[in-house]
Design a protein around this ligand. Structure first.
Ligand code: CMP
Length: 137
């Protein structure tokens, strides 16, 4: 059934000029770009977005990284798009992400404390609803 997910193009993707390529991959897969906005997120939004990771060793570096520049937030619709976008994105680490995926083809391992892995995609219908409300309402 048709559903919606939140995709974030993270600061590494925006700074490297990969926004268009990443959006093209989403469209080529047949998903609809319903809404889009570019912003530098506040610490407050990121604390809510990453609440489940609070206390983990990569949490503070992750929030600092996400506040370091513009991100592009996209409301994406399609059949099974939550699962489908995560498949397009590939595994969390650019090094192990399969070729053919966004992270596998375009991601770089910078050897830093946090994985700068170009994109985020909601991991469940509950996360998608929560994250879309946070980034778009
Ligand atoms: P994302 O799935 O958007 O949300 C959590 C982020 O934390 C993840 O992308 C990575 O950027 C980062 N991350 C997850 N696990 C680790 C880890 N073990 N070490 C460093 N960064 C991580």
């Amino acid at each position: 059934a048709s559903e919606e997910t939140l995709v974030l193009i993270k600061p590494d993707g925006v700074a490297r000029g990969l926004t268009g390529q990443i959006l093209a991959r989403i469209e080529q897969k047949g998903y609809e770009l319903v809404d889009i906005r570019k912003l530098t997120p506040s610490r407050d939004v990121l604390a809510q977005h990453y609440a489940e990771h609070e206390g983990k060793p990569f949490y503070e570096p992750l929030v600092e990284f996400m506040m370091s520049g513009d991100v592009v937030a996209v409301r994406v619709a399609g059949n099974r798009v939550i699962e489908g976008f995560r498949s397009l994105a590939g595994a969390t680490e650019p090094t192990t992400a399969a070729p053919g995926t966004i992270r596998g083809d375009l991601g770089r391992d910078w050897g830093l404390k946090v994985q700068q892995n170009l994109v985020h995609g909601s991991d469940s219908p509950e996360s998608a609803a929560r994250e879309l409300a946070l980034w778009f309402d």
